[in-house]
Design a protein around this ligand. Structure first.
Ligand code: F6R
Length: 240
């Protein structure tokens, strides 16, 4: 695992952008795995700037990690809406190449379809991840047992609380989501995890300490992946 420390969020976003651009320059039809949440917003802004300077997204294919069950694509809290607002509508991506789980299709069918579609194309080339303060990646929440495949998940209290900042009130946060599983994420040839924000020290410790692999801190399993880069914003995450 490669670990890069940056002095602030802006530097983290620029570094992540540099690595994504490198991937696109190497393979113009790369399959990118994308995340939502606050952390990748700076990366998406940087990618939009690169597009304005000529970076071509026309052959790029994207797969997002997750979506809330019950929210339609045009609901402004859905991850479909988020991705469109913060990235897709600003670049020349082919809308048919965008894949995000649907929050309104029959969930049992949706998880099988999404998993199969992703496995069929051979998985993601470069996966971007954020980190939950409880150690989740995508919506793989801390537990004795984790899902290997794309699944329907119950969000934990702490995730509902953390995500309520985007909603009017906590009771508006959906309690279930569709999430890529740990095995699905591990099919990515390369992974970049971006760490910035409050209360992420303990989860980061589980990622960086090789004696601390535990399903109760799902992020720690990334230590077993063959090509993961960790980018840490030192201004918000104090690493021991
Ligand atoms: C989002 C996702 C989540 C977030 C995580 C961190 O698609 O899968 O795992 O990456 O909750 O969120 P932020 O970046 O808002 O701290």
């Amino acid at each position: 695992m490669k670990v890069i420390y940056t002095k602030n969020y802006e530097e983290l976003s620029k570094k992540a952008c540099e690595l994504v651009v490198e991937q696109i320059n190497e393979k113009k039809n790369s399959v990118l795995g994308l995340a939502t949440g606050s952390t990748p917003l700076g990366l998406y802004e940087e990618l939009i700037k690169e597009h304005e300077k000529g970076l071509d997204f026309s052959e790029i294919v994207t797969y997002n990690l997750d979506e809330y069950i019950g929210l339609s694509k045009d609901n402004d809290q859905s991850y479909n809406y988020f991705m469109n607002e913060h990235l897709f509508k600003h670049v020349n991506i082919n809308m048919n190449n965008i894949n995000i789980p649907s929050g309104t299709n029959e969930p049992e069918e949706e998880i099988v379809d999404y998993e199969n579609k992703l496995r069929k194309i051979g998985g993601v080339d470069l996966q971007i991840l954020g980190l939950g303060s409880n150690g989740h990646i995508a919506f793989n929440e801390p537990s004795e047992e984790l899902n290997a495949k794309t699944s329907i998940v119950n969000l934990t209290e702490s995730t509902i609380k953390a995500n309520s900042r985007f909603f009017e009130k906590e009771s508006d946060v959906p309690t279930k989501a569709i999430s890529m599983g740990m095995g699905t994420i591990f099919t990515a040839k390369k992974i970049i995890i971006l760490i910035s924000g409050k209360n992420k020290e303990e989860a980061t410790e589980y990622l960086l300490n090789s004696n601390k692999i535990s399903t109760n801190w799902p992020v720690s399993l990334l230590q077993l992946h063959q090509d993961t880069t960790v980018i840490i914003d030192e201004s918000s995450v104090e690493v021991k």
